[in-house]
Design a protein around this ligand. Structure first.
Ligand SMILES: [Zn+2]
Length: 485
């Protein structure tokens, strides 16, 4: 039995006088005539980094003061990076001017980025998912990495990527079109775009400063082999995304200092990779929103960023097996007790702890926690599903303002969904709208097209009469028939 909740209502204490009109009351607490709670627009600005945020994204939600504090963008000033400059006029007009060229450019922005990029994407991109029946999805399979080749092509090969900047610069545009383009009705538009004033030169520094990292950028003049770039190299992102970082701005590097003088004696005094990306993907007062306006390329950038963070975490686990006390893990310890010498055949060589989000032990730990809760409190009373609706007014208003599609800003869908979910959880647990809740837990999942949904269970409601009344009035739906969970 599933109850599909598609809209949430949050707690708003009515402090108005009793004679207030219905319209004024609704607008005061954000409720529309239909009972929908509107979270408004991202009209609040972070006091530290000037990022535009929704009011519902503040920390300390019980406080409703006029100066909300946000941590999602810069963690209260911890991350303080140089802001991105406005892109060259040509790129700006391709992203903003409403005309045929812009539509063409936006549709093929990944291909155009590839024409100018110095490196190639090593992961397997699944093109089959975009079969025309839904919004565009960038799906990457396997391990992701960026590859760079020699600066000159092998004698029998055509130039590609980095080599296009070096090899035969007189015929550079023709080479680019030949390498990536196909002839068709849009060939002329493609030529027009390529003939514009994009940067055509770059200096790649062969950096040996990170001796601990074996994989680094190594450029050779002519080689048949591709070199793998470390995601810790500052040029990792600008080499792959010249249309997002047209001035070659640095990506993440180790040792970025926090944005204030530490007085709390914190252990880590540098910015993490996750914090770096969280800062970069915010719309900010005075900063160029070029990353956020790049549509399909933004999707690719997000996936790339996620894989960078994940592989960085996995490398930490790989290098810190001793600190994680991996030798005490059950299977290995049991095998050793049995006197088996060759432990390489027992389990996996690298042990991923339960602190790794999404890992096997992480999932098992949460499953066992949930089962323990059920054992203590009894069977769950409610199973509630909330799904993200890309037509929520907050999302459509934001996208209309920036002339974007839903698939261009998956981050906005997720942020609005999280606000709605928080509202729902608060409404059900703290406001006790269904009676007293002893325990509640939820899990957020992503459907194959990228929209999130959450499943929630609530246990041991005190007022069973209330449950019966609600169940008799609410429509039951087998809502998950249509959803993919
Ligand atoms: Zn901030």
């Amino acid at each position: 039995m599933y109850i599909n909740v598609t809209a949430t209502v949050t707690k708003q204490k009515n402090k108005q006088k009793p004679n207030i009109t219905k319209d004024a009351l609704f607008s005061a607490i954000g409720l529309t005539d239909t009972g929908y709670y509107d979270d408004g627009d991202p009209s609040y600005v972070c006091g530290y980094c000037q990022a535009y945020m929704w009011f519902g994204e503040r920390i300390s939600k019980r406080l409703v003061g006029v100066n909300p504090i946000f941590t999602m963008c810069c963690h209260k000033g911890k991350v303080n990076l140089p802001i991105l400059k406005a892109p060259p006029k040509t790129l700006l007009s391709l992203l903003y001017n409403k005309n045929e060229t812009r539509s063409h450019f936006r549709e093929l922005i990944r291909a155009y980025n590839m024409m100018f990029s110095f490196t190639s994407l090593g992961g397997q991109v699944n093109h089959a998912i975009n079969n025309g029946s839904g919004p565009y999805v960038f799906q990457l399979c396997g391990e992701n990495y960026h590859l760079i080749g020699g600066i000159l092509p092998a004698p029998d090969k055509n130039p590609a990527f980095l080599q296009l900047y070096i090899h035969d610069p007189v015929n550079e545009i023709a080479n680019r079109v030949a390498a990536y383009g196909k002839t068709g009705p849009t060939s002329q538009i493609r030529l027009d775009i390529l003939e514009t004033d994009f940067p055509t030169a770059a200096i790649i520094i062969i950096c040996g400063c990170m001796a601990f990292e074996k994989r680094d950028i190594v450029i050779e003049s002519t080689t048949g082999k591709l070199q793998r770039i470390s995601e810790l190299h500052p040029a990792y992102l600008p080499l792959q995304y010249p249309l997002i970082f047209p001035y070659g701005e640095d990506g993440f590097r180790l040792g970025i200092d926090i944005g204030f003088v530490d007085t709390a004696g914190r252990k880590r005094k540098t910015v993490t990779m996750r914090e770096f990306f969280a800062f970069r993907i915010q719309e900010r007062y005075g900063e160029s929103p070029i990353i956020l306006m790049s549509g399909r390329l933004f999707q690719q950038f997000l996936v790339d960023a996620y894989t960078m963070i994940e592989s960085n975490r996995l490398r930490y686990i790989f290098l810190n097996q001793k600190n994680l006390r991996a030798e005490y893990y059950d299977k290995i310890a049991a095998s050793a007790d049995r006197g088996e010498d060759d432990l390489s055949e027992q389990g996996k060589r690298i042990f991923i702890p339960s602190s790794f989000t999404g890992g096997k032990r992480y999932m098992m730990q949460h499953y066992l926690d949930a089962m323990a809760t059920c054992k203590y409190y009894g069977y769950p009373d409610f199973f509630i599903t909330i799904t993200c609706n890309p037509k929520w007014p907050e999302i459509t208003r934001y996208l209309q303002k920036h002339d974007l599609k839903t698939e261009d800003r998956p981050d906005i869908c997720c942020r609005v969904f999280k606000m709605k979910l928080d509202n729902l959880v608060e409404y059900l647990t703290k406001d006790k709208v269904l009676g007293r809740v002893n325990s509640a837990m939820y899990t957020i999942e992503f459907q194959k097209r990228g929209l999130p949904h959450a499943h929630m269970i609530m246990l041991e409601l005190r007022s069973k009469g209330m449950i019966q009344m609600i169940l008799s009035t609410m429509r039951y739906r087998s809502s998950l028939v249509a959803g993919m969970c």
